[in-house]
Design a protein around this ligand. Structure first.
Ligand SMILES: Nc1nc2c(ncn2[C@@H]2O[C@H](COP(=O)(O)OP(=O)(O)OP(=O)(O)O)[C@@H](O)[C@H]2O)c(=O)[nH]1
Ligand SMILES: [Mg+2]
Length: 377
């Protein structure tokens, strides 16, 4: 399950660099291509040769260079698990120690209730979990706290499993992904990380800087592009829908593997901005039938229960296909993911990736088992 993406065909051994691609339709149509376009020429091959050995990248707007470790083999998830567990340590709080005693009594359930509520699991989900746990203890005649802990872990895995999903990056050519979310949630950073992972899969990537009004936003994406030999379609001012359209058109003309459309941050209460998002989605559909293939909402892990309202509002507006939850490092509110799984169990929106930091390897596919383990083990 733990490939980063789902593949229908084996990844090619070598990926064609951006320099070998046809000229950009968008560039020809008058849009300003980013610095990445210029850098893509001679430098591309040389940079590409060293890319996996030295994935030096910048993920923050502070332009600080992060030297990420060489990605571990997919079979070795230990470094990631350690970071996930460390990241969720504030959410986990005292859950693990609850189960070190010997007695299964009311005090145990009360302490568990407090721990779940403080982790922002929410009242309704906490009550549901406690009731299900009591029922399991009764039915399975559990007699020691180690068994109760295992039962709770099992319930969490069951609840979270429907949220697991790997994105199929061979589902179309190009696969068009639109990324949305509130301000500062981690959209652009996540796009950068995904671009690097896609590069590792041998997929060519084109980025669309859909935040046309903030120069800093364009620059942030352009910086990512130039570091990762990925072209960025950008435009100063103007309509983000036009940038998205041209990016998809350019992606089709070039035979690009994946086009990712970044968008400006917006609150669900900003009606005109939500309308703009709907328009971007519509326009992408005009540029390519069936696109966007993925509409991902990026959620800041510190958002807690408000995630539920954000998911609903963005889903109503642009029909989400998945979520990316960032900044789970250091949050005391990671239980909100459990609430999300429980309250939306009739219409689950999968969590495609979770992030626990700013490095490339800090964004990984979501696993119910790993997440439950990090919460209570
Ligand atoms: N600690 C931590 N920081 C993160 C994570 N993901 C992103 N960030 C940081 O969050 C900040 C905002 O990230 P951006 O990617 O710029 O967020 P954005 O959603 O594109 O922001 P706007 O475009 O302004 O709406 C940056 O400083 C990132 O480095 C994460 O998983 N953990
Ligand atoms: Mg951004």
């Amino acid at each position: 399950m733990f490939g980063f993406f789902r593949r229908n065909k084996p990844a090619p051994a070598q990926q064609p660099g951006p320099s070998s691609e046809a000229p950009s339709a968008a560039t020809a149509s008058g849009l300003a291509a980013s610095a990445a376009d210029a850098a893509a020429g001679k430098a591309a091959l040389a940079v590409q040769a060293t890319a996996t050995a030295d994935p030096a990248i910048t993920v923050s707007s502070s332009a600080e260079t992060v030297n990420d470790p060489v990605p571990e083999a997919p079979s070795d998830r230990r470094p990631w698990l350690a970071r996930l567990k460390q990241g969720l340590s504030r959410t986990r709080g005292n859950i693990a120690v609850l189960f070190t005693g010997v007695k299964i009594d009311e005090a145990l359930y009360e302490d568990l209730e407090t721990a779940l509520l403080s982790g922002d699991t929410g009242f309704e989900t906490t009550q549901w979990l406690l009731a299900a746990l009591r029922e399991k203890v009764r039915k399975d005649k559990l007699t020691d706290t180690v068994q109760v802990k295992a039962a709770l872990r099992g319930l969490l895995v069951e609840l979270l499993s429907p949220l697991e999903r790997q994105i199929d990056i061979d589902q179309a050519s190009p696969v068009v992904m639109m990324i949305a979310g509130v301000n500062g949630a981690g959209k652009t950073t996540s796009i950068g990380k995904l671009a690097r992972h896609l590069h590792g899969e041998g997929k060519s990537v084109l980025l669309a800087a859909g935040d046309t009004f903030r120069a800093a936003a364009r620059e942030q994406l352009a910086q990512w592009g130039s570091r990762n030999q990925v072209d960025v379609i950008a435009q100063e001012g103007g309509d983000p829908g036009a940038v998205a359209f041209d990016a998809v058109a350019a992606g089709r003309a070039r035979g690009t593997g994946v086009v990712m459309v970044d968008t400006a941050g917006r609150l669900p209460t900003q009606t005109h901005l939500m309308d703009e998002l709907k328009k971007i989605r519509r326009v992408i559909g005009k540029a390519m039938d069936g696109a966007p293939h993925e509409v991902l909402l990026v959620l800041d892990g510190n958002t807690g229960q408000n995630m539920l309202a954000q998911v609903k509002a963005f889903d109503d507006a642009v029909q989400l296909t998945g979520l990316i939850v960032t900044k789970l490092d250091g949050t005391a509110r990671g239980g909100a993911l459990v609430a999300l799984a429980h309250t939306r169990r009739d219409r689950p929106i999968p969590i495609c990736f979770i992030g626990v930091g700013e490095g490339i390897e800090d964004l990984q596919a979501f696993s119910a088992d790993e997440f439950a383990g990090a919460l209570i083990d």
